[in-house]
Design a protein around this ligand. Structure first.
Ligand code: SF4
Length: 700
């Protein structure tokens, strides 16, 4: 690298592409893909290529701490000590008066690992509550539960290098061509190099990813378990199962086999809206492949049966023994850049650092001793949607929101609005004033953004990368960990005298010693000089693939197969609300657009919200392309331009999830319509299945 160049990692999706940042004499930066980085070998997608615009354009930044004198008063600029003291005083008095469970953190998969760790330590060790949850709850929590139940640990078994060795990809509930583009290019390269490689995509929409597929299974929303069970049945019936692996390395085959045999392939096909022969063909591709990778994202996870979908999918890798070998494995695609790092340090309401479990007394004691506190409470905290319920009911009094925009991203937006209005005290810590959540804040903390602070992140393949500080944060903005440490010290807690992020990392890594995710030997220097590593990192060695010894992290060291009942509790369409609404991302925008929404080039792809609707449905409703339509249900309304298209099935409509009130008005917010029902185990919301009515927009 030349002078003035720094290594970093893209701060958008969980692929985790390496970036070289060049700093110009005027302080501005440019970016290019890092050719030496094993993830992307120099490539970047449209979002990554335009990252410098976000750093160079400071118009939208929060620059100074602000505070209201009381509810209804305007935000006014204050000095840091005053803002810190106010938050420390209010949180202390609420904890004293109403107990520790009256306060909460709501954080983000875009926080760095060190920031997550400090938040986790402050809440669980010092406030005395497990009320810390994250927008990763909306993203990967169903996959996490699936991995833990089946493999004994929240551990993605495979690596991106396995993509180069696989012969069959089953991409289900994901559109990597748009949402994980650099990873998709790797799949594309594999297919181009070997046309015998088979790609099966299961998705109710015909997305860009389907263009590469040998087979698109355009199933009805919510029927994934029927599909996965039917594939399992064909695999078992047609000699594709690895019985030696099943007998020696799994539990539960009898129950699982009985369940999948209870429904014929024809019955499953009918329920899924597919051809039975297509299900058989998908199973044949999977069964015949030497290397089989299943890939999934929000289409499976964001569901009231998200865990069941995960279990039925991972069953396919287990009954074929296609796990822990080159070119094989179940592979969840993380939505955010550091959702995995957040889980590593216990930044969720049911987790403890280094993948310890909250319901394990020994684990709680280990962490409490390490933090030098009396105890870590056993009671799980509020998950993301439970926090909103508790704020609305008044049980939860205060929430400190870091690096996320729940007013746009959480389901049932009108309820979120009521909850934030009802809260006694809201702290918003962010980089952007262009967030729908800032107006609800009693105190606003300006935070340093990407390239303005150092730290680490972990991508979808367990790869930990170091991010350099390249530029100074604008105005008075501070790194997130520093803001939390200042409040912690003001509250009188010891253990928050970290001078820099490296000291936080060095403390956290001690907690990983002896665990399955050990990185005890890892240092910032190693990451800076030798590059990224995949955990566990022991004896100087990174781990590309887990379970090569066929020993799983369960008490029996065997993986667990599950009999997964295909029932689905999502609300069914009715005469009043006959359409199923599914939501998702578009190619060039990220989450609630607080960063990508500022980049003109990224607006050129799609510049306004739209509703995808099938031509048959559009015709029945007298709707033409570009007509403005109103989509409504019991919870709210959204207006959007109709995009009449066969990409969706009849009876199914699609809205992108990005636009909020600040950018496009109150009636553009997709989550006005999404139900806040959650999976009972993972607590992940049902974003992919709400029922709605559609009509032509009529001016009020
Ligand atoms: Fe960034 Fe993801 Fe694009 Fe890579 S694929 S450049 S990590 S958004």
């Amino acid at each position: 690298m030349k002078a003035g160049e720094y290594k970093s990692t893209c701060s958008y999706c969980g692929v985790g592409c390496g970036i070289i940042v060049s700093k110009m004499p005027d302080g501005k930066v440019t970016v290019r893909g890092d050719r030496e980085h094993p993830v992307n070998q120099g490539k970047l997608c449209s979002k990554g290529l335009n990252l410098h615009y976000v750093v160079n354009n400071q118009d939208d930044r929060l620059l100074v701490p602000q505070m209201r004198l009381g509810k209804g008063h305007p935000l006014k600029t204050v000095e840091w000590p005053e803002a810190i003291a106010r938050v420390a005083t209010v949180f202390s008095s609420l904890i004293q008066k109403f107990g520790p469970d009256s306060v909460a953190f709501y954080v983000s998969g875009q926080c760095l690992t060190e920031e997550y760790y400090v938040a986790s330590k402050l809440a669980k060790g010092f406030w005395g509550t497990n009320n810390i949850d994250t927008n990763s709850r909306l993203c990967m929590s169903s996959a996490v539960v699936g991995y833990k139940m089946q493999l004994g640990e929240d551990a993605v078994p495979a690596s991106y290098e396995d993509i180069d060795l696989a012969d069959c990809f089953f991409i289900t509930g994901a559109n990597p061509a748009w949402c994980h583009p650099i990873l998709f290019r790797r799949i594309e390269a594999r297919k181009n190099a070997n046309p015998d490689v088979k790609i099966v995509v299961a998705d109710p929409r015909r997305t860009q990813s389907c263009e590469l597929a040998d087979l698109h299974l355009q199933l009805k929303p919510g029927t994934d378990v029927y599909l996965n069970n039917a594939i399992a049945r064909v695999l078992l019936e047609n000699g594709y199962a690895d019985w030696d692996f099943i007998r020696h390395h799994t539990n539960g085959i009898e129950e699982m086999q009985a369940e999948v045999m209870a429904t014929s392939v024809e019955e499953a096909a009918e329920i899924c809206g597919l051809e039975a022969d297509d299900i058989r063909l998908a199973a044949k591709y999977i069964g015949e492949a030497k290397g089989f990778i299943s890939m999934w994202a929000m289409g499976l996870n964001q569901s009231v049966i998200g865990v069941k979908k995960n279990l039925s999918l991972i069953n396919l890798s287990l009954i074929t023994g296609k796990i822990g070998k080159p070119g094989n494995g179940p592979f969840s695609l993380t939505g955010q850049p550091n959702a995995m790092g957040g889980r590593e340090v216990g930044g969720m309401c049911n987790l403890l650092p280094a993948h310890r479990n909250l319901d394990n007394e020994k684990h709680r004691r280990e962490v409490a001793e390490f933090w030098n506190v009396a105890e870590v409470p056993a009671k799980p905290g509020y998950s993301a949607t439970e926090m909103i319920d508790a704020l609305e009911s008044g049980q939860l009094k205060a929430v400190w929101v870091i690096c996320t925009n729940p007013m746009v991203s959480l389901p049932n937006s009108h309820k979120v609005e009521r909850a934030l209005k009802n809260a006694k005290f809201v702290v918003v810590q962010d980089i952007s004033k262009n967030s729908d959540t800032v107006p609800f804040a009693d105190v606003v903390f300006p935070a340093a953004g990407w390239l303005e602070k150092e730290g680490t992140m972990t991508n979808s393949e367990r790869r930990i990368t170091y991010l350099s500080q390249v530029v100074k944060a604008p105005g008075e903005a501070l790194p997130d960990f520093e803001i939390m440490c200042r409040v912690a010290r003001k509250m009188g807690y010891s253990g928050f005298n970290f001078k820099n992020a490296q000291e936080v990392f060095d403390e956290y890594k001690q907690l990983t010693l002896g665990t399955n995710i050990s990185i005890g030997e890892l240092s910032y220097n190693h990451l800076r000089e030798k590059g990224s590593v995949q955990w566990p990192f022991r004896n100087g060695r990174s781990t590309a693939r887990l379970f090569e010894d066929k020993k799983f992290y369960t008490p029996t060291q065997k993986a667990n197969l599950f009999a997964v009942e295909p029932t689905n509790d999502s609300e069914k369409p009715s005469d009043d609300y006959p359409f199923i609404l599914t939501t998702g991302r578009i190619r060039d925008q990220w989450h609630t657009m607080t960063r990508t929404g500022k980049v003109k080039r990224l607006q050129q792809h799609i510049d306004k919200p739209f509703l995808e609707i099938h031509p048959t449905d559009a015709e029945k409703l007298g709707i033409e392309n570009d007509d403005v339509v109103t989509i409504k249900n019991r919870m709210g309304e959204v207006n959007a331009a109709a995009k009449v298209s066969e990409t969706v099935r009849p009876g199914v409509v699609f809205l992108p999830m990005h636009w909020g009130k600040v950018l496009a008005g109150n009636h553009a917010r997709t989550n006005n319509l999404t139900f806040d029902r959650v999976d009972p185990k993972s607590k992940e919301p049902d974003f992919k299945y709400s029922t709605v009515q559609i009509e032509k927009y009529a001016k009020p």
